[in-house]
Ligand binder design. Sequence first.
Ligand code: NAP
Length: 296
Amino acid sequence: MTAKIIDGKQIAAQMREELKQKVAALKTKGVTPGLAVVLVGDDPASKSYVTAKEKACEEIGIFSSDNRLPASTSQTDLLALIEKLNKDPNIHGILVQLPLPKQINEDTVLLAIDPKKDVDGFHPINVGRMVVGQSAYLPCTPHGVIQLLLRSGVKLDGAEVVVVGRSNIVGKPVANMLIQKSPTGNATVTICHTRTKNLAEHVRRADIIIAAAGRPNTITVDMVKPGAVVIDVGVNRVDDATKKSGFRLVGDVDFEAVKEKASLITPVPGGVGPMTITMLLYNTVLSAEKTSPPIT
Ligand code: NAP
C-alpha cells in the first residue's frame, strides 16, 4: 500500500479562504480582527516566524500590530506593553513570540495576557478549560493536527492513537483534545516519551500515530501497523550538501519507507507546518467574533 499524502498546504489554504469570508463578514459590522505580535530581540528564526504570521494576517484581512522590542527590554516594560494591548479594543489576539531573553520569565508573561486574547492557547486558564472540555482557545499546532485528521476523513471515535512526545505545546494538548468526549475526540490515547519502555510495541498498536519528538527517524517502518495514519509534527534540520543552505528539513518519521505501509501520511515540510499559523488566524477571528456587536 502506498499512502495518500495529507496535503497540509491545501487544507490550510481552504481554511484560510473560509476565514477570509468570516473576516469580510466582521468588517461589514465595523470590526476588523486585530492581532498584536510581540517580538523581543532579534533571533533570526523568531523574526522569520513573526514575519510569516504578519503576512498571513494581511492575506486574509486581519490587522496586525507589530511590536518589536530590543533584546535588553526589561520584564516590567514588556508587562506594561501587554497591559496596554489587553486594554486595546482594536486588538483581539496577543501573540508573544517565544523564546524570550533570559531576563524575562516566560510563565509570568504568558500569565499576564488576557485569557480572552490568548490566541496561542498557552494561558493556564485556556489550558484548564480545554482539559475540562469547556470552550477555549486551543493551542495552534495540536488544533492543526486535529483539523488535518478531521478534514482528511479520519475516524477518531474509538481509534487507538499513540502520541510520541509530551511537551506542553504539542504532545500533552493533542492527546488531551483526542480524549475529549466529543465528536472531535473519543479516541483511546497512549502518550510516549523518553522514559517509555519499548516505544515500538506501543506505536505498533496505533491506528493513528502522532510523532512530536523532535528527532529524525523516531518512527521507523517496522513500528507502523499496515494502514495506519501517520501525522509527523517534527521539524528537524539535517545536513545536506546538495542544498544551498547546507541543510534540509525532515520530520520525526522515516517518510520514504513509512509511506509504503501507512494509509495516510503528512510530509515535512507541507504537512502540519502550514496549519499552525492557520489556527492562529482562526483563534484571532474567533476572538473578534466573540467581541463583535450582533447583527441588527
Ligand atoms: P520538545 O519540547 O523537545 O518535546 C519533545 C518530546 O518528545 C518530549 O516529551 C520528549 O520526551 C519526547 N521525545 C524525544 N525523543 C524521544 C524518543 N526518542 N522517544 C520517545 N519520546 C521522545 O518538542 P516540541 O516543542 O513538542 O516539538 C516537537 C517537534 O515538533 C519538534 O521537532 C518541533 O520543531 C516540532 N514542532 C513543529 C511545529 C509545526 O508547526 N510544524 C510546531 C511545534 C513544534 P521527554 O519529555 O521525556 O524529554
